[in-house]
Ligand binder design. Structure first.
Ligand SMILES: [Zn+2]
Length: 344
């Protein structure tokens, strides 16, 4: 049987149309050690060298049979470009913020005019061009970045950011505006260079971090600007943890899809709420419990549950741990194949 065009299938799915089968892949980071070994592209080089970044992203398709090319593999590219000090990490350790730029100088910065030339942004843009060339029009390029609240928390320090949402909301508003603008400028350029989908991942927006009211008042207005500003490019919002109380708000932001993790208490009703707003749902197999620590049959069992709850794209719920076994990623694809074969 001829392989379907995975890019067309994914774009159709994100438009709310019915694909020939439910797509499977990842919208969250997937820097798996076994993929680094088989592809010959490992971090930390794959975090900053465009050719290696592209090879590691492509191995998600070649070696795990995922129908997505998701890159880069960490969540601090914008933070670094905005002046945060970064620990570059190792093969098994993701780059992370050591010190926020506002911890050194506490005023809310302006958006730098040369943002796109800063830090590793040029590397991600170059990797986008390489991947587009390599994938042609057959596979979707999914570029991820930290969302406005995550970026704000990186700039001023997470503890301070969380305190400010309570006692200095006016500063949070200004900071979130700046971070939203940074996401938009960077996201638009990624799309221009050939990316198909921009994923905004915002762990700090989760109800486990800030209250649903703080999300609505302080984050949602900026978040809602992003999909519109990305024009015809597709966009997906990922928020971690039990996001149940803000699903309707997330759906109202205007993204094409919501990426949800296993912390969601009622996936079926989250899917229902999203679908009512014409938004698709991506997820939600547990990365920490099942993909990382489970056996392939556990992955399949949970994948069937997600598919049974009505997810539109079968995917890991959150970022995949580097030590996750490759066989568990493949089990995700097998689960989709079995499910779709069974329901045909
Ligand atoms: Zn997450």
């Amino acid at each position: 049987m001829e392989k379907p065009n995975f890019r067309t299938e994914m774009l159709r799915t994100l438009e709310g149309k019915t694909p020939s089968q439910i797509p499977v892949g990842t919208f969250t980071t997937a820097p798996v050690l076994e993929l680094m070994d088989v592809s010959g592209a490992a971090r930390p080089e794959a975090d900053s060298q465009p050719e290696k970044m592209a090879v590691l992203a492509f191995s998600q398709y070649v070696n795990a049979s995922f129908e997505t090319l998701r890159y880069p593999f960490d969540m601090v590219v914008l933070a670094e470009a905005l002046g945060c000090t970064i620990d570059p990490g190792t093969k098994a350790k993701l780059p992370a913020v050591l010190k926020g730029s506002m911890e050194i100088s506490p005023t809310v910065p302006e958006l730098p005019e040369d943002l796109l030339e800063r830090g590793r942004i040029p590397a991600v843009l170059k990797a986008t061009e390489i991947l587009r060339e390599k994938a042609g029009s057959n596979l979707p390029l999914i570029v991820g970045m930290e969302g406005p609240a995550d970026l704000a928390a990186s700039l001023c320090g997470t503890t301070r950011f969380l305190k400010w949402t309570i006692n200095k909301p006016h500063i949070v508003k200004r900071l979130v505006e700046l971070c939203t603008d940074a996401c938009i400028v960077y996201g638009r350029e990624c799309l221009k260079r050939g990316a198909d989908v921009v994923v905004i991942a915002d762990a700090v927006s989760s109800p486990v971090m800030i209250s649903p009211d703080a999300f609505r008042d302080l984050i949602k207005p900026g978040m809602s600007r992003i999909p519109k500003a990305l024009g015809r490019g597709k966009s997906v919002l990922h928020i971690c943890g039990a996001a149940d109380p803000i699903i309707a708000d997330m759906a109202e932001c205007g993204f094409d899809g919501l990426s949800l993790e296993e912390g969601i208490k009622d996936l079926k009703s989250a899917v229902h709420t999203a679908h009512e707003s014409g938004v698709v749902v991506i997820g939600s197999v547990s990365t920490s419990r099942t993909l990382f620590a489970g056996k392939p049959e556990d992955v399949k069992r949970e994948a069937f549950e997600c598919l049974g709850s009505g997810v539109d794209v079968l995917a890991p719920g959150c970022g995949i741990a580097p030590e996750t076994p490759l066989r568990n990623l493949k089990a995700l694809v097998e689960a989709r194949n079995e499910f779709c074969g069974r329901n045909r």
